[in-house]
Design a protein around this ligand. Structure first.
Ligand code: ATP
Length: 323
């Protein structure tokens, strides 16, 4: 990261307080409150997943940080620099990889990176154009026409462009939307490499599996409010839901397991019993199973995953708003 940014070492990479955005309604449309006044801290060095259903306010939040949308009220800082009071340093502290493949077809990747570095005022002696291209596996495409690059290469080029000024914080907006599994895995590896180099990575994604795999901290936004920000593992534990899978010795009937609370026979013929680890011991469930006359061949437990948490915090909350 650039020298000017080394010493600031803030607690949070991104910090927002009471951040509110109301889009003005035009042509008879009512105004739209996109962010209700959010408080959010992204820990330094984290891979932070910003999740939320469509229209939750994720892009609005990112665009305010990137300087593309003006906030209505509240404060935000990037790497300790307030976006109003220190716009130059806050802008220099962040790189944003946009969702669309909006690469410039008139320049080669090398030229494109040089131009971007120029826009950020990176002196020629400090530019790392070829190093960045190399780290993203694009070295041999440095002089290629951008239109000849594959979709995956174009996406990596966008990551490269976001890194020219060596920002300590990188935001990836839906980095793997519409890309195939192999490419998705490659991008995941690149995100982890950036993380290992100390870059704080914030990503929005619709693939909960992606957030589960990559992110150590999760923030969930819903209807312009922050529902939660927690380390991923704690968040999953907080759901307090597990499933015990019992493989029976012999085929089971619904009748036989009716007395076991939370039990269900699935298509694979196994018995699945949902329970709350904070309230119920596995030993007690097993004695119920045994009392029902089921002889057990094997057992295993299945933990809730991020998808369960997400559904509970967003769609589930529409029925019963969080206190
Ligand atoms: N320029 C705009 N003018 C008016 N309303 C807007 C504008 N941009 C976004 N909105 C509205 O603000 C709300 C939040 O939108 P935003 O794009 O931030 O959500 P999102 O979480 O990024 O959604 P998605 O996952 O679909 O990209 C939505 O209701 C959206 O329709």
């Amino acid at each position: 990261m650039s020298d000017a940014l080394v010493n600031s070492a803030p607690e949070a990479a991104i910090s927002a307080r009471g951040l509110r955005k109301v889009y003005k309604g035009g042509k008879g449309q009512p105004e739209k409150v996109a962010l209700e006044g959010i408080d959010l801290d992204v820990p330094r060095g984290s891979v932070f997943g910003l999740l939320g259903p469509n229209g939750a306010g994720k892009s609005t939040f990112i665009n305010i940080l990137a300087g593309l949308v003006n906030k209505t009220s509240g404060t935000a800082s990037i790497w300790g620099f307030d976006i109003d009071q220190n716009p130059r340093q806050s802008r220099a502290s962040i790189g944003v990889v946009p969702q669309e493949l909006s690469t410039d077809v008139f320049f080669t990747p090398r030229e494109g990176l040089e131009i971007q570095a120029g826009l950020y005022g990176v002196p020629k002696s400090k530019r790392r154009t070829m190093e960045i291209l190399r780290s993203l596996g694009l070295e041999d495409k440095a002089e290629a026409y951008v239109r000849t690059l594959s979709g995956g290469m174009k996406r990596r080029l966008l990551v490269a462009k976001a890194m020219v000024h060596d920002p300590p914080v990188l935001i990836l907006d839906e980095p793997t939307a519409g890309v195939d599994i192999e490419l998705r895995k490659q991008l995941w590896e690149q995100v982890m490499e950036l993380h290992e180099r100390g870059v704080t990575v914030i990503l929005t994604t619709h693939y909960l599996e992606e957030a589960q795999e990559l992110c150590d901290t999760i923030g969930i936004i819903h209807k312009g409010n922050v529902r939660t920000v927690q380390p991923k593992d704690e968040l999953i534990k907080s759901l307090d839901r597990k499933t015990l899978m019992v493989v029976p010795e012999a085929a089971l009937s619904d009748e036989a397991v009716r007395g076991i609370e939370g039990a269900q026979i699935k298509k694979d013929g196994n018995l699945y019993i949902d329970y709350r680890p904070s309230l119920t011991r596995v030993a007690d469930i097993l004695s119920n199973v045994s009392a029902a006359g089921v002889s057990v061949k094997d057992i295993s437990t299945v933990e809730a995953d991020l998808e369960d948490v997400f559904l509970e915090m967003t769609y589930g909350s529409d029925q019963a708003p969080a206190a």
